[in-house]
Design a protein around this ligand. Structure first.
Ligand SMILES: C[S@@+](CC[C@H](N)C(=O)[O-])C[C@H]1O[C@@H](n2cnc3c(N)ncnc32)[C@H](O)[C@@H]1O
Length: 276
């Protein structure tokens, strides 16, 4: 890898284009400089001919080797941004997805309209939903998670970001005391049958954070049932493309008064809202 910062960036883009498509490789090389090395484009323009310390060149070469094997950039970096905040991520946690911001926005909207004073984020992973809601509302926020590794990361993130969240280890709503208030969740919803066709990068994320039985519907269905039985104010779920119709039918079957689906920018079912 190059001796100067400018050369390093060109070499990096060339190395990445060996296994990413060219536009992706260019964007990632800029991202690596900004997020991984803390060097903005304007910094490189001004200081591009300065020599790169050998240790840093070795670090970039090591990242390239891991990235070539398919490891996601967020795991190499150790953090990812969600709604402008930095969250630690590890192989125990799902990497935050931009579409989960739609779920958070829907939760803020529904919770405000219903005047709730508490909520619970079920399957909190790195804690992005619970921590964002704790920092952006005055609600009492609880969170549950089955994976002890993910729970530890969520607790560390809450501490680092100064969010007050009552974390509970266990399944779905079982460890959460009454009243549960607004129930929000991005649970695993990928159909295990789709596993072989998924991007290689996904194989680095915990399968327990991705897949659910019954074509991806099992955990969402069980949470809709538990939330209704526990008299939740509403239940909001991130869901997969094409899952809205079936989950709405199941929600109504559990006694929810109303169930509606919001689609994302690509017109895929993305957020289910069960009310009443
Ligand atoms: C799709 S990930 C989402 C993580 C995080 N909420 C986010 O949006 O990035 C689903 C999470 O649910 C957890 N999980 C799976 N089954 C669970 C269960 N029965 N009860 C609680 N958490 C569960 C997984 O360990 C994983 O952290």
């Amino acid at each position: 890898m190059g001796q100067t910062y400018l050369q390093l960036r060109l070499d990096l883009a060339a190395a990445l284009s060996g296994f990413l498509d060219p536009s992706e490789a260019h964007a990632e090389s800029i991202r690596w400089f900004e997020e991984g090395l803390g060097k903005s484009r304007s910094w490189v323009a001004a200081h591009g001919d300065e020599p790169v310390p050998a240790e840093l060149r070795r670090q970039v070469s090591a990242w390239v080797r891991r990235r070539r094997a398919g490891e996601p950039w967020a795991y190499l970096l150790g953090w990812s941004l969600f709604r402008g905040r930095r969250f630690q991520v590890t192989p125990d946690t799902l990497i935050p997805r931009p579409e989960t911001e739609l779920l958070v926005e829907a939760a803020l909207d529904v919770g405000t309209r219903l005047g709730v004073d508490r909520c619970v984020d079920v399957g909190t992973g790195s804690g992005i939903i619970a921590i964002t809601l704790a920092l952006e509302t005055d609600w009492a926020v609880a969170a549950s998670e089955l994976s002890p590794g993910a729970l530890a990361v969520a607790q560390a993130n809450a501490g680092a970001l100064g969010a007050e969240v009552a974390f509970q280890g266990g399944s779905l709503l079982e460890p959460v005391p009454d009243p549960v208030g607004l129930v929000v969740a991005n649970l695993p919803y990928v159909d295990p049958a789709d596993g072989p066709t998924l991007q290689r990068e996904l194989s680095f994320e915990p399968s327990s954070a991705l897949f659910a039985p019954d074509r991806g519907l099992a955990l969402s269905t069980e949470l809709l049932r538990q939330a209704k039985a526990r008299q939740a104010s509403a239940c909001l779920l991130e869901i997969g493309a094409g899952q809205g119709g079936e989950l709405c039918r199941r929600a109504l079957g559990f006694g929810w008064h109303k169930a509606l689906v919001h689609q994302d920018l690509e017109n895929h079912d993305r957020v289910l809202i069960a009310l009443g």
